[in-house]
Unconditional design. Structure first.
Length: 459
């Protein structure tokens, strides 16, 4: 069955059908297609195109299609052009010629927009739920080691000591922005397009606000040509998914490093690591590597739709059918990756002493020392020079910060007053960073409490 054909003398070639048919992937939209079609039938009844009895039998028939569609066998052998055609054929099987009325003044161009929006709205919620689950797991991991000190890095070189919870809260912030981005994508998706026709607006008096209410949309679209041409809402989702994957892959990379023998800070659970078929000693961080690897596919999906949409003349073009596979694919990858990241986070064991020693034995306290000199009145540039010389001398002699004393520091440079020696301990300098957003212990405790409160508001 086709939804067109009168104007053609022959049917489509077998190659074209194989090339162009989309049922094998857009069947994923069947639930949305049926719900949208039920709402459209009710609107046709309100507009006087269907009697109440016709509407009721169409809506019932759609309901049976909806439940039958739960069984994958329902699609077996189907050769329909797309999910919309498939659903109308199934409707015809149930209500006969009456099925021919459902497309009164409706185009697949608006229908595909509606279906994708209905489906994507739920996907935004699914992603938001998983993002908040990960944020919660990060807070739990922070709470397990509230006082752990790690070296923070720039250029992958030890930079300054920070609290472990402060490090995890950095990711909490990234994922809280991802949550906002998914919310934003949801808001732009939550707009009802039906009544737009193919591109010029429907020729039948639909109450579009009523359809929106029926399907739970926040508002209706404002321009029928825009509806046929627009896939911004899908791009918004793909952008949100891409940034989320970038954050996930950076977290993955950090923990692949931190759990390596070279760092030795943390242990990942047996349940999220795998062994080698040859090397018996191996415990590989495959779950994190796969998260990092899958990020490429989601970024690829965003780019794929960018390139599909670029330069398309208004309004609908069949090119736009190419939106769905990347979109479906990205939605699955980002949700699977978030789910995986939650489980990995729950298994992390931090060997607190190792990163602490890494901080204690390196010169991550150098900035604390220079700032202390500056607080005592030495110009920061000179303070920087003095501490730089102290580090150089120490590195030459293999001397760790803890091997200096108040006396030896004062002998090195008179600017080092006795109280400054305290700052050779990386835990001490952090106490000078009780500034909003900083790693001061009280500030971090307050930030954790605040994060918990914000998370409760999101979930
Ligand atoms: N399968 C099509 C898509 O996904 C539905 C719209 C078809 N419209 C058309 N004029 N051929 O874009």
């Amino acid at each position: 069955m086709k939804l067109w054909g009168g104007r053609f003398e022959t049917g489509p070639s077998e190659v074209f059908e194989r090339f162009g048919n989309s049922l094998h992937f857009d069947k994923r939209l069947i639930d949305a297609d049926v719900r949208g079609s039920q709402a459209f039938a009710r609107s046709l009844a309100r507009a006087g195109v269907l009697t109440d009895a016709e509407c009721a039998s169409i809506v019932d028939a759609f309901e049976s299609i909806r439940s039958d569609a739960a069984d994958p066998k329902f699609f077996e052998g189907a050769t329909d052009e797309d999910v919309h055609t498939f659903v109308i054929r199934k409707l015809g099987d149930r209500v006969g010629a009456l099925a021919g009325k459902i497309h009164t003044g409706r185009s697949r161009n608006e229908q595909v927009s509606l279906d994708t929006r209905l489906w994507l709205r739920d996907e935004c919620d699914r992603a938001r739920g998983l993002v908040t689950a990960l944020m919660s797991a990060l807070l739990d991991l922070a709470a397990k080691y509230p006082n752990a000190v790690i070296p923070g890095y720039t250029h992958l070189r030890r930079a300054q000591p920070v609290l472990w919870p402060h490090y995890l809260l950095a990711y909490f912030e990234m994922f809280s922005r991802d949550y906002e981005r998914f919310s934003d994508a949801r808001r732009r998706t939550d707009v009802m397009p039906l009544g737009s026709g193919a591109l010029a607006g429907s020729g039948f008096p639909h109450d579009r606000e009523a359809i929106a209410r029926d399907l739970g949309f926040a508002e209706i679209t404002r321009n029928s040509m825009d509806v046929s041409a627009d896939r911004d809402f899908a791009l918004d989702y793909l952008y949100a998914a891409s940034v989320t994957m970038i954050h996930l892959s950076r977290l993955a990379e950090d923990w692949i490093l931190y759990s390596s023998e070279e760092f030795g800070w943390m242990e990942l659970g047996d349940g999220v690591t795998s062994g080698s078929s040859l090397m018996p000693q191996k415990k590989n961080p495959d779950s994190l590597e796969l998260i990092r690897g899958k990020s490429g596919r989601v970024l690829g999906a965003l780019n794929s739709l960018f390139f599909t949409m670029k330069g398309l003349p208004l309004t609908y073009n069949r090119d736009m059918q190419e939106d769905k596979e990347p979109l479906f694919h990205a939605a699955d990858q980002v949700c699977n990756s978030l789910e995986m990241a939650v489980v990995v986070t729950e298994t992390v064991v931090l060997h607190e002493a190792v990163p602490f020693t890494a901080a204690d034995e390196s010169w991550v306290v150098a900035t604390d020392l220079a700032e202390a000199l500056a607080r005592n009145g030495t110009a920061f540039h000179s303070a920087h020079q003095i501490v730089g010389r102290l580090v150089l001398e120490s590195v030459r002699n293999g001397k760790k910060p803890g091997e200096w004393s108040a006396e030896s520091l004062a002998a090195f440079a008179p600017e080092f007053t006795p109280d400054i020696a305290r700052l050779l301990d990386p835990r001490e300098g952090m106490k000078t960073r009780e500034i909003k957003g900083g790693t001061g212990p009280n500030t971090v405790a307050a930030a954790l409490a605040d994060a918990k409160r914000r998370l409760a508001e999101m979930a």
